[in-house]
Design a protein around this ligand. Structure first.
Ligand code: GLU
Length: 307
């Protein structure tokens, strides 16, 4: 299959839609991003990469980082993790407080904000220190992407903290239900730091390979997690990876995937490749509008949906 030709076609076909959608504006550092950008990369099991557009441009991975923290928490806590949080779709906006109150402080899944902050709390408990927890998350991301230049943007994380009222509320609500171990501000600070990690589509598509290959990196042969844990993460990506638009993403794209409000999306074609797209303008549910469209075009053209 001529992957480069397919990516080039996609980048032409999405052009008329680049002005639709709205860049995340809850912090100035994200609101100032140029909405007209587009990038898409795929990484095959032998390391071959195909890209189109601004594939070297670094962007804020935001909620894509929740896949990486969930991976580490599952590795250390195994099924005990589900005492703290569930694995069902929320059907609610990513930062909703209402459902958390109704459900006694137990977040629906690790990919809504409450769930991801709870996972970060579990990691701070595991590493017994918030700085070490953040460093280990970063080291894990560098390892799966095989790129040691990756780092967090301190301007973005500081700005997230300054405007973090709702996320801090979610953490406090969980704490009030005794479903939170550590200091709220310290944990939320680690959460914002891992959300503010910057990567490009080449790095992110490379980083997805362990999930496309049952937990083992097909290039380095490193085992990160068990086959069963990889299955679980892919399942939660499929059912919860796009917040209240997860059903829509499965319907149109048909791959396990995770979006971030920075405009990135990662997706997994099992036993074949990792994919990442980037386009900062978002749809009403906070997922990259053109990015979702590009992934739909990709699975339509290749037939590589899991269904
Ligand atoms: N840092 C963002 C927040 O907590 C992440 C949200 C997202 O990427 O969907 O609001």
């Amino acid at each position: 299959m001529d992957y480069q030709k397919i990516l080039n076609e996609i980048s032409e076909e999405i052009k008329p839609y680049l002005n639709e959608g709205k860049v995340a504006d809850y912090i100035p550092a994200l609101a100032n991003v140029d909405p007209n950008q587009f990038a898409m990369s795929i990484t095959m099991f032998d390391g071959t990469q195909y890209s189109v557009g601004n594939a070297d441009t670094l962007f804020s991975i935001q909620s894509i980082s929740k896949v990486f923290t969930f991976t580490l928490a599952l590795k250390y806590y195994s099924t005990d993790l589900y005492k703290r949080l569930g694995h069902e779709p929320s059907g609610n906006p990513f930062n909703s407080l209402v459902q958390l109150e109704y459900e006694h402080g137990k977040p629906r899944n690790p990919f809504i904000n409450a769930g991801a902050i709870n996972v970060t709390d579990a990691l701070v408990s595991h590493y017994k220190d918030e700085d070490i927890a953040y460093k280990e998350v970063l080291e894990f991301i560098r390892s799966i992407a095989d790129d040691h230049t990756i780092d967090s943007n301190p301007v973005v994380s500081a700005s997230e903290m300054e405007h973090g009222f709702r996320n801090i509320s979610l953490a406090n609500l969980m704490k009030s239900f005794n479903n939170f171990d550590n200091n709220v501000n310290e944990v939320v600070n680690v959460y914002f730091k891992h959300c503010s990690v910057e990567m490009n589509t080449k790095m992110l598509s490379r980083a997805m390979l362990y999930l496309a290959n049952h937990g083992v990196d097909p290039i380095t042969d490193k085992t990160y997690i068990s086959t069963q844990q990889a299955k679980r993460i892919n399942a939660v990506m499929l059912t919860c990876g796009h917040y209240d638009a997860s059903g829509d993403f499965a319907f149109h794209v048909g791959l396990p995937g995770k979006s971030g409000v920075g405009g990135g999306i990662v997706a997994v074609v099992p036993k074949m490749m990792g994919i990442s797209v980037f386009s900062p303008a978002l749809n009403a549910q906070g997922n990259s509008l053109v990015g979702t469209m590009a992934l739909e075009l990709f699975t339509n053209k290749t037939g590589f949906s899991i269904f």
